[in-house]
Write a protein of this length. Structure first.
Length: 120
């Protein structure tokens, strides 16, 4: 079985992708990912979009950490960047982050200065 979305590895510790399905979670765990960050607000994609709770339950069942950090647009505040950087530093690596198509997840990574570990 293969993932329902294409992933883009931005560094060895961080990968982004579009909306994942519930079955994708187990596949991501099999690929070695230890954490999932959901940057998509619930309901944004309509009734076919899995809810945060559904993805979280699948992540927990697969032994992965999960965080819902919804971002509604590419207008990311400095506070969000700081929170995201701290979040990424605390989660087990490697991390996969997703949103509708991967753009917001990528923008958050870029906004942290492409650093997902502990601040220097």
């Amino acid at each position: 079985m293969t993932l329902s979305v294409r992933t883009t590895q931005l560094c060895p510790e961080f990968t982004v992708c579009g909306q994942i399905s519930v079955p994708d979670v187990a596949l991501l765990a099999q690929q070695g990912y230890r954490s999932i960050i959901n940057n998509r607000p619930d309901g944004e994609g309509g009734p076919s979009q899995p809810t945060s709770a559904q993805i979280e339950a699948a992540a927990k069942a697969a032994g992965m950490a999960y965080v819902h950090f919804p971002v509604a647009s590419l207008m990311i505040s400095p506070q969000q960047v700081s929170q995201y950087h701290a979040l990424c530093a605390d989660l087990p690596h490697p991390i996969v982050a997703f949103c509708a198509a991967g753009g917001r997840a990528n923008a958050l990574f870029q906004a942290t200065g492409c650093r997902v570990g502990r601040p220097a």
